[in-house]
Design a protein around this ligand. Structure first.
Ligand code: ATP
Ligand code: MN
Ligand code: MN
Length: 304
């Protein structure tokens, strides 16, 4: 379902309020983008990206020096954090209560972009129903000697298998070498049951093409195969948000695409901070109204 209509979630007043310290500081070398380029990218894609991050727990990748080795993953509130970013408390299964982050409006989102945040990651759930996830992801991680074309074919195969289970899968590039198959689901299962259900589905997917897939972690199992990483669906785990940039050379974006367009991508790194805003203006949003396609996640094992 591709729609070219988009709601404006970021107003001119929001944009006028952006101010950036060290706007000309470059990331990842002399010819890399500036802090301003990154903030502009997030402003331009905001109407597309915000529906997928608002109200969800977020983690961030920050790169304060601009050097790749200094980037770090941030799950909790931090010094200097813009006040428009919200925090909330949550207790994990070990009984530890911690503070987490969420973005609840355009202001918080733009404030993070101007602050120098490079990547946004989300949980597959919303704050309002934290213990009942509404999205799952199958993170396809190609091992050595697996080319991009094979990852695309694998995703298309998985699409058919998931549709046979009554689900409506969506697809995005990871921004790295892989692909994320994302599925909206009705928020009914708790995290344990959900993780178990995604494990069972991944096992079935792998069994349908055992030469192409593995569901075990070890790198040696992955040579020539694609690891179906279903552990992104465990509580507290995250995956890159749709339209998030990735902190590496040329800042590729984790890009939602239609299933038809997926097969036309030759090099996912061509979808990046400089090219994507222009492409989106003509292609529209391949993930619009995703929530309307939520289905019940099938439980393949009785123990589930
Ligand atoms: P690729 O195509 O390269 O696999 P990816 O985004 O899928 O790209 P993975 O390595 O498969 O990358 O997934 C890593 C996931 O773990 C990310 O989605 C992110 O949300 C999460 N993550 C990344 N860094 C950290 C970290 N330091 N601590 C905890 N979780 C992290
Ligand atoms: Mn991956
Ligand atoms: Mn992974």
């Amino acid at each position: 379902p591709v729609s070219s209509q988009r709601k404006r979630l970021i107003s001119d007043a929001d944009l006028a309020g952006i101010s950036i310290t060290n706007p000309t500081r470059r990331l990842f070398g002399k010819s890399g983008p500036t802090k301003l380029d990154i903030a502009v990218y997030y402003a331009l894609v905001g109407d597309f990206m915000l529906p997928h991050i608002l109200g969800r727990p977020v983690s961030l990748v920050r790169c304060p020096t601009g050097r790749p080795q200094d980037c770090f993953f941030q799950r909790h509130p931090f010094t200097g954090m813009p006040s428009s970013v919200e925090t909330f408390q949550s207790t994990n299964s070990e009984g530890e209560t911690k503070s987490y982050l969420s973005v609840e409006g355009a202001k918080g989102y733009l404030a993070l972009a101007q602050f120098g945040v490079v990547e946004f990651h989300t949980w597959g759930t919303t704050r309002k129903q934290l213990e009942k996830p509404d999205r799952i992801v199958f993170d396809l991680d190609p091992g050595e000697r697996v080319g991009w074309r094979e990852v695309v074919e694998a995703a298309v195969h998985i699409r058919a298998e998931l549709e046979a289970l009554g689900l409506v899968p969506f697809v995005k590039t990871s921004g790295g070498k892989g692909i994320h198959v994302v599925v909206p689901i009705k928020p009914k299962l708790d995290w344990k049951k959900l993780h178990r259900a995604t494990s069972d589905i991944a096992t079935r997917l792998a069994a349908s093409a055992p030469d192409s897939f593995t569901t075990t972690m070890g790198k040696e199992n992955r040579i020539g195969r694609i690891f179906i990483d279903f552990h992104r669906n465990a509580r507290g785990h995250t995956s890159a948000a749709p339209y998030s940039l990735r902190a590496r050379t040329n800042l590729p974006a984790s890009t939602p695409v239609s299933w038809a367009d997926l097969e036309t991508i030759d090099a996912p790194e061509d979808l990046n901070y400089s090219s994507l805003p222009g492409l989106l203006a003509t292609s529209g949003d391949p993930w619009s109204d995703m929530g309307e396609f939520a289905r019940d996640l099938p439980l393949l094992s009785r123990a589930g």
